[in-house]
Design a protein around this ligand. Sequence first.
Ligand code: GLC
Length: 467
Amino acid sequence: MPFAATGGLGDVMGSLPAAIKAADESTDIRVVMPLYRAIDESWREQMTEVATFHVWLSWRKLYCGVKSLCREGVTYYFIDNEYYFDREGLYGHYDDGERYAYFCMAVLEMLSHIDFFPDVLHAHDWQGALSIVYLDRFFRGRTGYEKIRTVYTIHNIEYQGHYDFSILYDVFGLGEEMHDILAYDGRINLMKGAIVCANLVSTVSPRYAEEIRSGEFAHRLEYIINDNAHKLRGILNGIDYVFYDPAHDGAIAHRFSAETAEEKVKNKTALQRELGLPEGEKIPMLAMISRLATHKGLDLVWQVADGLLATENFQLVVLGTGEERYERFFEELAHRFPDRVRALLRYDRTLSKRIYAAADLFVMPSRSEPCGLAQMIASRYGAIPVVRETGGLFDSIKGYYEEDGEPRGNGFTFAGYRADELYERILAALALYRQKEKWQALVTRVMRSDFSWSVSAQKYLAMYQEL
Ligand code: GLC
């Protein structure tokens, strides 16, 4: 963000570096990403070319151009290779392994060409994993590279980068000497390689750092996580408080803040109009904005949707793309309840803000959730989260209760991965919604939660210092 993004990782990389810079002006922080086709011309015009050179990947000699621009005190580099990155979408191509191997090699090679050797190299998810492996294998002996320390951040342990060993040399340029570092379950596992080689490993919430030590969450990597537990840290993500600010957001119909929370409802009627739903301030609106993937808890939603729609009066707006069966399910639901359900099967950031601003309840019953940003954005826009107590959802949302007539907590939560628990929490939320004063007090309270980067940026700095 803002150059190219498909999900939460894009948000984090768009806001964390600037937050670290703001927390300590003396930090020289630079971000490297591929020059994807999706990057808009208006950004390209601001870039300058800072280097061109060749990168060796196995037997391939490959062109690499490096473009650069500055934004909010952070230097961004874009790795230019049209063969790998001038394509539709960001990832999901048959040769992603080769594309990100090239990227990782290019990042390391680049350092000597721009004459900048960082104290810490911080790589993210499986796409960045090889940079840490390659640093140790190919670069340690070269001037400038000797002392670089490394952090590897897991944004989601489900996506590990699995490949067959037959391509170890041909695609990754590595020999048998790297077999033990990369081998897992008989295959190459890039995430495992980075966990083994990195000086520190972090993930995006304290709870998830605990959870991935168990088989229920680790997608088989629990053994490696436990072996490396001494290196593991959990730091909760924040969100960009300037980009996500209902008091100044040009994307929404009516701006509002915690002080004017009762104005929020105008966004609901505006969205109802936009989507052709019956207009009514009093009809509660539930929203889901999510990749339509199983781990987001969609099978639970599937189980409760009909029952809830049969007995309760509310509207449901779903935004996102993903697995076909869930796309079909929501489409079909919208077809059966044309006055109550909308299935918007796309990725649309601007529309997402109008939905956050309009919704009364935000449903996020994830089976696992490393951090989750949507519940934080929803809070900021006064949509009360209904979440399952897992990962970052557990760390950020506490269940509602009353103390001396005052609201406590900042959402509705349930523990078991069970449809009846989700069902019951939605009913409880709808019951509170009908008590207008209590609901308003909760909305105001939730809007005042602090999900900015200020605390977590300090924690990243402390981790870098530790290294
Ligand atoms: C991934 C995780 C999500 C997290 C995001 C940013 O998308 O699934 O939980 O918030 O990365 O770290």
